[in-house]
Design a protein around this ligand. Structure first.
Ligand code: NAD
Length: 295
């Protein structure tokens, strides 16, 4: 069993720590929120007073932070963890962040004799609690091989996507496609309503026809056809509009850097930005159907 430092104990990090503790790992946990630390301590982790203190003496450090700036700060800025970790320690960043920062952090780790992978997740808070997350990893085969058994304690599908940053690349492409699909499903159901076509009938037909996709069959944005979808619970998140907007903005940054053409991604970003700006950041992202059909 490994000695693990875990930094970022929010909606995702909190349950991920609980699964590592249940698996028998020793976890030293830190968050800038004292309440978040207290919840992890209740679940069997030990508290640290700083990120560096959580990392000191750890064989593995896992971070689950909001965005690239937080990851950079915890890794290499004042009292950064990379300067206290022992030679050969493994760093696993599970946050969803921009590809350039992910690559740069892995480069910084290498300079200090550390191994690191980027390992963003899909599966949401439910997947984090159930230990069924999907991990998309970037980095060397050696670093991935060391991380894989630990990630298996928190997830079901663990992919090695490629070199440094490839996990973040996979995540940003996945969520770009997901946002566009959710908007497409919203438009289809909105048009059906105007045509007087029953939503359940459209679902029965399209979920077995060529428009079939996860946004429809597992997360349908209209109430009724999929009982577990947030549409049946006033669009309580789930995966928030703010998080989808963050991921879409990341997609547009890398599209611009690489010269990739993403016209629907650009439009999806505008739609989510406008909807978030109307005070809907905390709703589930499938609530975008309201923005589409209320026009
Ligand atoms: P969250 O806001 O609930 O948790 C982030 C935690 O990081 C907070 O507890 C915050 O206090 C802590 N934090 C911020 N700066 C810190 C610092 N400098 N040092 C220590 N702790 C710090 O967010 P979340 O929902 O847990 O998401 C975490 C990451 O996972 C994000 O990158 C998000 O995009 C990604 N993600 C989230 C979901 C989801 O459904 N929530 C799904 C997939 C991926």
């Amino acid at each position: 069993m490994a000695q693990i430092g875990f930094i970022g104990l929010g909606n995702m990090g909190g349950p991920m720590v609980a699964n590592l503790v249940s698996a028998g790992h020793g976890v030293v946990a830190f968050d800038i929120s004292a309440d978040a630390v207290a919840r992890s301590v209740d679940g069997g982790a030990m508290a640290a007073k700083s990120a560096a203190a959580a990392a000191r003496g750890a064989e593995v450090v896992i971070t689950m932070l909001p965005a690239g700036a937080h990851v950079r700060s915890v890794m290499v800025e004042d009292d950064g963890i990379m300067d206290v970790l022992a030679n050969g320690a493994l760093v696993i960043d599970c946050s969803t962040i921009d590809v350039p920062t992910a690559r740069d952090m892995i480069f910084e780790a290498g300079k200090r004799g550390l191994e690191m992978i980027d390992a963003p997740v899909s599966g949401g808070v439910g997947g984090a609690a159930a230990g069924t997350l999907t991990f998309m990893c970037g980095g060397t085969s050696s670093a991935f091989g060391r991380a894989e058994p630990i990630l298996k304690e928190m997830g079901k599908n663990i992919f090695h996507a490629g070199d440094a940053g490839a996990g973040q690349s996979a995540k940003v492409c996945n969520n770009l496609m997901l946002a566009i699909q959710m908007i497409a499903v919203s438009e289809g159901f909105g048009l059906a309503e105007k045509l007087g076509l029953d939503a359940q009938k459209l679902f029965d037909i399209s979920s077995t026809a060529t428009a079939q996709c996860w946004a429809m069959t597992s997360y349908c944005p209209v109430p009724g056809p999929v009982p577990s979808s947030p549409a049946n619970n006033k669009y309580a998140a789930g995966f928030t509009v703010a998080m989808m907007l963050k991921d879409l903005k990341l997609s547009q940054e890398v599209a611009s850097l690489t010269g990739a053409n993403t016209p629907l991604g650009a439009h999806a970003t505008e739609l989510f930005d406008a909807y978030a700006g109307e005070g809907n950041e905390n709703l589930d992202f499938s609530a975008i159907i309201r923005h589409i059909t209320d026009q």
